[in-house]
Design a protein around this ligand. Sequence first.
Ligand code: ADP
Length: 270
Amino acid sequence: EASIHLFARAARLGSRYILVVAEDHTEAHRLDDVRRDFIANISHELKTPIGAVGLLAEALAEAANEPEQVKRFANRLTTEAQRLAKITQEIIELSRLQAQDAISKRELLNVDHIVASAIDQNRVMADARKVNLVSGGDKGAEVYGDEPLLIIAVHNLITNAVHYSPDGSRVGVGIRNADGIVEIAVTDQGVGIPEDDLERVFERFFRVDQARSRHTGGTGLGLSIVKHAVQNHGGDIRVWSRPGYGSTFTIRLPEASHAATTTGSTSTKE
Ligand code: ADP
């Protein structure tokens, strides 16, 4: 508010110098707000599992003489602990990605290998849900980048596709290499995303359906990590979706022979 006031006064006075100062001030405020929001979100997200761990530990102590109860509480304690570990790991990953404009590691990478690794990591979960996980498209595409990071990006899209789809449905991962751009598209036949929420799904901690996402172990950070990982590679991510029909998330990366060779020059920011 102070900066808007200053901005209005400077505009009235017609002072160019003060105007510039006011703009800087506004940007600094915005970054402060973003940081404050992030910390408030993290605290909120951690509160529930930490509270649950406390309650379960108490219940465990009280149930000491009932082996069945002990087993049940211990299992739930393990689930909450795993959830805390996952949130913490994703927060670290995301802060690391946000802190740097571009990835420091740039190796020549085979896209088939990235997709195959991400599919392998999701195979057990897909099989358990009888989801048919298939891949296809152009072979031999190459990009420059950080392989583990790109595998995480594709992995997160596949995990979501399986998560938000019915048992027995199909999830396809397609590679397209044309006009200097490599596209990796993950398509599902799942619940889809309402149009009003489409833009927001890449925001940190955003979930279309809080209860459903929490139930399936979602943190609301997966797509935010994908977006930053891809942007740090000079690429972008797009989404198409129709509620009741399914969704397609498409990662687009500069093909190796078209990519800028200097780190950072192709990165895009919000
Ligand atoms: P989460 O850990 O909750 O899955 P994400 O950041 O990965 O968090 O996704 C954000 C939200 O976007 C999810 O909670 C879900 O509502 C929605 N979403 C993501 N992928 C899909 C998909 N393939 N189909 C339907 N909804 C999806």
